[in-house]
Write a protein that binds this ligand. Structure first.
Ligand SMILES: [Zn+2]
Length: 250
């Protein structure tokens, strides 16, 4: 298919126009060759991913964290080398940030709920005027230790957990740096809150609301969305899809 067809499909399917306030310049950030056969998917736009993409003859890279944030100021240093790799290899870069956290089907948070067998009840975690996270219920009440084993077994993580004494039943999930959503935990009756990166600020709020805190890693909680979009493109268009894994451990 052509680059134009693919980008028009993704823009529409992922609802980019609903997120005008996202700092990420979502959509096609760098234009490469006109025909697309092979799509690389990755979490971060960085040299490691770009160099792998060039070796694997990828036509378009789909990432969660793109390369243009808050407008283009200059093309120097690390940014220059990254862009040079893509331009020399004629690879397109497509980024999808908040729309891919929030998306009800392919989004990181909906995907995390599915993967962890949590039945989705609703959305929460307001950010830039949109509720980007999800919350839901486990099939039955379980211990925090058992729930952490489920996360680690599913995502291949080493989740750090802070227990405030509650059993796990109502779980809120906001991928990546979503700690701010702890502020809404009480409102939705959430007993356990899962996000990516640890935050000092979350501790006392969670302590006072008696909400267990789980940090499974920014990277690990943001791989499900890009993988889901890869699956969609494979099934719908028969494109060759390759996940370029570059875990940060953070
Ligand atoms: Zn992120």
């Amino acid at each position: 298919m052509t680059l134009i067809e693919l980008t028009e499909f993704l823009d529409e399917e992922l609802g980019l126009s609903k997120f005008p306030g996202d700092e990420s310049s979502n959509g096609l950030q760098i234009e490469g060759r006109a025909d697309i056969r092979k799509v690389g998917i990755a979490v971060d736009a960085c040299a490691h991913v770009f160099n792998s993409a060039a070796k694997k003859n990828i036509d378009l890279l789909f990432v969660h964290h793109g390369i243009i944030w808050g407008g283009l100021k200059n093309i120097r240093g690390v940014i220059k080398s990254r862009i040079k790799t893509l331009l020399e290899s004629d690879i397109s870069l497509y980024a999808c940030h908040l729309p891919l956290d929030q998306h009800p089907e392919y989004g990181n948070n909906s995907q995390l709920l599915n993967l962890l067998s949590i039945k989705k009840i609703g959305e929460f975690g307001e950010y830039h005027g949109k509720r980007i996270g999800c919350w839901g219920k486990t099939a039955r009440e379980m211990s925090l230790a058992d729930f952490v084993s489920r996360i680690d077994g599913t995502l291949g993580t080493e989740t750090s957990s802070i227990s405030f004494g509650r059993k796990v039943r109502n779980v809120g999930v906001v991928s990546g740096g979503g700690w701010f959503a702890i502020n809404e935990a009480e409102k939705y009756g959430i007993d356990t809150f899962l996000t990516g990166e640890p935050s000092h600020s979350a501790y006392t709020l969670a302590e006072e609301m008696k909400v267990n805190l789980l940090f499974a890693g920014h990277y690990a909680t943001e791989t499900p969305g890009v993988k889901a979009v890869g699956e969609l493109l494979r099934k719908k268009f028969g494109l060759d899809i390759e996940f370029i894994d570059h875990p940060t451990g953070l």
